[in-house]
Design a binder for this molecule. Sequence first.
Ligand SMILES: C[S@@+](CC[C@H](N)C(=O)[O-])C[C@H]1O[C@@H](n2cnc3c(N)ncnc32)[C@H](O)[C@@H]1O
Length: 266
Amino acid sequence: MPAVSLIRRTGPVLLCLLLATFSSLAAAQAQKAPAYEPQSGQEGKDVVWVPTPQVLVDKMLDMAKVTPNDFVMDLGSGDGRTVITAAKRGARALGVEYNPDMVELSKRNAEKEGVAGKASFVKADLFETDFSKASVITMFLLPDINLKLRPKILDLKPGTRIVSNSFNMGDWVADERVTLTPDQGCTTSWCVSLLWIVPAKAAGTHKLPQGELTLKQEFQVLTGTLRAGGRTVPIAGGKVRGEEITFKAGGKDYRGRMNGKSLELR
Ligand SMILES: C[S@@+](CC[C@H](N)C(=O)[O-])C[C@H]1O[C@@H](n2cnc3c(N)ncnc32)[C@H](O)[C@@H]1O
């Protein structure tokens, strides 16, 4: 039988077959795997996933004074909410997350929220991540993990802001601590935001026009003496906040700035 008449005769059958194939493909498409839905408390590499309440995310970023000039990194970024919120404030933000499903979910969330250009996510172990370029670090980890990260954090550029949901940093007392109440919209157990500002390294003896200042440093707290005019007086209330130094000595208030290793007193 010539090919043309074969097509004419089998045409309707072919059409039916094609329609059947298309409709089963469409049905398969409709039944494709449901979107990944994380469960609060699910296992993570070193910490389970529990999301920070959005109201606390906002507070953490407020306390860190995030602006469009910042580069924010969230260590263990979960569903990406902190990174996305920082990106909505105009900052460049990067989430580091070990669970690849959470990374993909975060990328979809950032797309949906229209901030994919500012919010990025990498599948990585936070312990093997270089976060030295961050101006703000956010985290909701555990006290022992914070402690493990602490030496690296203390070596960051002075002035880098660190905000943690609920967990502390051992004997490095936070510069600020705020607890949100249910009235303020925080109804879970995770309503405390802690802020640290990486202090410049100010310990040592500084020969200054004002005298010889000898400083001991314990994180952001300074103690020591000022020797001037043949008198040595102890300093009181010594603080280092980023590069800014403040203390009292001999009844006078002093203010200064660490410029690398050298101190300039005003
Ligand atoms: C308590 S959740 C916090 C999530 C998010 N930062 C927030 O505040 O909503 C901790 C996250 O850290 C991730 N995580 C645990 N160990 C990690 C590691 N070694 N490296 C990177 N991410 C890790 C978990 O998968 C989880 O998503």
